[in-house]
Every structure is written in C-alpha cells, then in structure tokens.
Write a protein that binds this ligand. Structure first.
Ligand code: BTN
Length: 287
C-alpha cells in the first residue's frame, strides 16, 4: 500500500479506494449511491463527470488523487497536487426544474461543514457563498455546476476540494503562489482525530451530500437556514463587497431565499448580492 507522509510528519497509509469509500457510506443512504470511481489523475473531476453520458452522471462520485486542471469559482485554478487531498465531484439529477438552485452551493457548503465536524474539526465556518475556512484560512472550496438535462430536469455537478495532507516542499513550491491564505486538516485537527483517513472522510462527505440533496429536493433551502446561521462567518460582521465597478461597505445580515448575501450598507440601504458578482474580503468572524 502506498504511504504518504503528512505535513505533520506522521506516516499515513492512505490511498483512495472506491470500494472502501462506497462501503463506508451509511447503510440507509447506500442504495442511493450509484457508483464511486477513483482515478489516479484527471484534468478535473467536475469535467470528468460532465463528459459522461447523462445516465452515468446521477449519484456517481468521481475522486482523483491529483488534478492537472483543477477548477475553482470565478475562473480560478484549484491547485491539486498528489499526496493526499480530496478532489471529489458528485453528479445529481433533479427530475424537476423548479428548485431554488441558486442556494445549492450554500447547501453543499453546509454538507461539507458537517462532514468536517464529524471528522473532529471544530471552529470552522462558511464564508459566503461556499468557502470553508478554519482559523481564518481556506480549508475547502466548492464548485457547483448546473446544466439542464432534458424533459425539464437539471443535473448538478458538485465539486469539492478539501485540503487534507497538503504536501510541503521546498522554496519553489507552487503552493506558495496561492494568493489567499490556506490550511489543511493535518494542521487543524487535534488528537484523537489525527491522522485523518481520506476514505472515511470521502464516505462521510457522501453521507452528507446524499442526505442534503434529498432534503433539498423536498424542502428547498428553508430547512437549511438554521445550519447556515451556525456556519455563517460573516453575519453581523463588517464586510467589504467588491464589485466590478467599485466596492460597497456594510454589515452582513445573512442570506435571502435565493442565497444572496444581504448587506446593510454604511449609507443605511439594504442591498443583496448574487454569488459570483462579488468578493468579500474583510470582516471574517472567528470563533
Ligand atoms: C473554489 O473555492 O474556487 C472552488 C474549488 C473547487 C475545487 C474542486 S476539487 C474537485 C472539483 N474538481 C474541480 O476541478 N474543481 C472542484
């Protein structure tokens, strides 16, 4: 079995295994999972699901040890070295098109937040719309892509990257060029939760995604509101929202039914911002 060495120096027998991941999913949810595929290398797991025939996309999880063209939100790259992170994409077909899809990225972030909590992490939260931060640094990112899939249905591809054992190398390390502060689970978890087993983490993530997607189909965003409030790192904090044509300062006041960020501006106006239009870069709440 391949051994990888975590950044804390402990040797971890940790290679992704499709069978172990599928078997680790809760028995009550397993029937809803169609397939787990593990690849050694791929450009992007989201792109790989997208290339499949529609019938093969639903409830199919694709993981890779390494991505050569990992994609993030707003056309950013997602650095995806080999050595022990999670790069997972999950396809889900919604037979009806009448769901509040703009809130799906927030629902996916809650699922990831819950997964990390069950893995023993504390004090992490979500920076709207779906960055998972721990200790003020980015631990996980989510890219949700949606396309209509005929007869009124839609297919979502939910891509999750979680830094678990980020390999540390020398001064030429390309990870040093990541423009925002980042962290990994090795640095954030405490005993007895170390070392983190990636197969168990992936099974736990699929548990949370399956449960969340079922609930989202039944209730929309409504039943996720209280969880959002618990994870929301911005609420009641001073934030600056960056738009293409300037910035807006104000106090974050949660999200509306469309998952938009609500802001009480310093001029006393109420404004809402759609995901993708804005960047929030100040006022992160720490616990
Ligand atoms: C972001 O924070 O900008 C989103 C990052 C999403 C990264 C994941 S890794 C698995 C999946 N495949 C991709 O190419 N991107 C997502």
């Amino acid at each position: 079995m391949k051994k990888s060495v975590s950044s804390t120096g402990s040797a971890v027998a940790d290679i992704l295994d499709a069978e172990a991941i599928a078997e680790g999913v809760l028995p009550s949810l397993r029937p809803q999972l169609r397939r787990v595929t593990v690849l050694t290398e791929v450009d992007s797991t989201n792109s790989e699901i997208n290339r499949l025939k529609p019938a093969e996309q639903h409830a199919h999880a694709i993981l890779a040890e390494r991505q050569t063209g990992g994609r993030g939100r707003r056309d950013r790259k997602w650095h995806s070295p080999a050595g022990g992170n999670i790069y997972l994409s999950f396809g889900w077909r919604f037979p009806h098109g009448d769901h509040p899809f703009s809130t799906l990225p927030l629902v996916a972030a809650i699922a990831v937040g819950n997964t990390l909590k069950r893995a023993g992490l504390e004090g992490h939260g979500i920076k709207w719309p779906n960055d998972i931060l721990a200790g003020g640094k980015k631990l996980s990112g989510i890219l949700v892509e949606l396309k209509s899939s005929g007869s009124g249905g839609s297919t979502a591809i939910i891509g999750v990257g979680i830094n678990v054992h980020m390999p540390s190398t020398g001064p030429e390390d390309p990870l040093k060029n990541i423009d925002r502060p980042w962290t990994d689970l090795d640095s954030q978890l405490r005993e007895p939760f170390l070392p983190c087993n990636r197969n168990q983490l992936a099974s736990g993530l699929l548990d949370q995604l399956l449960a969340a997607l079922g609930r989202f189909e039944r209730t929309g965003f409504e039943s996720f509101r209280s969880a959002w409030k618990k994870f929301d790192l911005l609420e009641d904090g001073e934030v600056t929202v960056e738009l293409d044509d300037g910035t807006v300062d104000g106090i974050a006041r949660g999200v509306n039914d469309a998952g938009e960020l609500l802001l009480e501006t310093t001029e006393g106006k109420k404004r809402s911002f759609h995901a993708g239009e804005v960047r929030v870069f100040r006022g992160i709440r720490t616990f």
